[in-house]
Design a protein around this ligand. Structure first.
Ligand SMILES: Nc1nc2c(ncn2[C@@H]2O[C@H](COP(=O)(O)OP(=O)(O)OP(=O)(O)O)[C@@H](O)[C@H]2O)c(=O)[nH]1
Length: 333
């Protein structure tokens, strides 16, 4: 098996367990390459378990990273590329090499462009299942120093390639943002939210975790358009989006479903928890804006196979909230 072949090789085989541990520890602590360990929670679900000091120096303290999922730490589209490679390594259950580029936030929260060459090694349990992935990444943005005066043309060429690559990466990120976000409110658009929601639903079903969906709609929104004009209507939609983002948790997925309807998918949240968040949102909306909202909540049931099942129940509850007088919350039992 790949994962044990190095253990049986010559010199390591002669080391005592303690010396072996010291060797691993020295490599981890002093290696100038980035090292990390990721826990495999599902086919497309990966949690950071550890990062060596080199990686922490670039991205932030271990405490900021450990226990977090890749998509919580890296912005799209970089996180999609990373998850795809992690998934590929789990699928083939053998080491893979790849290059990745993209924007990320450094330890000071500043957006940087990264370029890494990574070796990913699967770690299996006794049953042969891949439980963790060990990665070593070389930071390709750290180009080797060249002698002063020499290769100036190639340096200039490299500088232009870097500049061009950075422009392309930025343009690519911009296009990805346009394709995944609603142009008016800048929250997720319907298509992308539903795509993410299907993944969340599969994950929650598989691990039997609670999941709730909130559908909300502005009360008498048509009147704002009719009386104050469409620009005022647009501003009301942006305001609702901002209020939602400021009220829900970071891991909740917020998107515009269409018109004045918004969806909020809340992972690891029970119906009771969702009702509390919905009540907070309803109250904040009435206290900080001239608007009121109605909310329908549905929680994941074992018979749900697709997000549309949840949407259907949340929509029915929303309709009930409207019928029962608006500015209220209804939750599917
Ligand atoms: N300004 C603006 N209006 C929009 C946009 N998309 C949809 N609308 C309007 O949103 C309104 C939706 O109204 P409804 O949800 O059907 O009804 P309502 O007035 O909110 O009434 P209740 O939902 O029953 O409380 C319609 O007038 C649409 O024209 C948009 O992007 N901008």
């Amino acid at each position: 098996m790949h994962q044990t072949s190095w253990m049986t090789s010559t010199i390591l085989n002669r080391l005592s367990a303690n010396a072996g541990m010291l060797l691993v520890r020295s490599l981890w602590d002093y290696c100038p390459e980035h090292m990390f360990i990721v826990r495999v929670e599902g086919p497309a679900d990966f949690v950071i378990e550890a990062m060596n000091p080199t990686r922490q120096a670039m991205l932030g303290d271990e405490a900021t990273y450990t226990g977090k999922r890749i998509e919580q730490l890296l912005p799209p589209p970089l996180c999609h590329g990373v998850i795809a490679n992690l998934h590929r390594c789990v699928e083939c259950a053998s080491p893979i090499r790849y290059e990745e580029k993209g924007g990320y936030l450094d330890r000071d929260g500043i957006c940087q462009q990264g370029h890494w060459q990574t070796l990913l090694v699967p770690i299996t349990n006794q049953e042969g299942a891949v439980t963790h992935l060990f990665g070593v990444s070389r930071d390709m943005s750290l180009l080797p120093e060249q002698p002063v005066g020499a290769y100036s043309e190639s340096k200039e060429f490299e500088r232009r390639v870097h500049e061009r690559t950075a422009e392309l990466v930025a343009a690519n990120e911009h296009l990805t943002h346009l394709a995944t976000h609603d142009a008016l409110t800048d929250i997720y658009n319907r298509r992308y939210l539903l795509e993410l929601a299907e993944l969340e639903l599969r994950r929650a079903s598989r691990y039997e975790q609670p999941l709730c969906l909130m559908m909300l709609d502005i009360d008498h929104f048509k009147k704002i358009n009719d009386i104050e004009g469409h620009l005022a209507g647009d501003e009301a939609l942006r305001r609702v989006a901002r209020t939602i983002l400021a009220t829900v948790r970071e891991c909740d997925l917020v998107g515009r479903y269409g018109g004045d309807e918004f969806l909020i998918l809340m992972p690891e949240t029970t119906a009771t928890g969702a009702r509390e968040i919905a009540e907070r949102l309803r109250r904040t909306m009435t206290q900080t804006t001239p608007l009121t909202i109605s909310i329908g909540i549905a929680s994941l049931e074992p018979s749900d196979h697709f997000v549309v099942d949840l949407i259907h129940r949340a929509d029915t509850m929303l309709l009930q909230a409207k019928r029962n007088g608006r500015n209220r919350i209804e939750c599917a039992a």
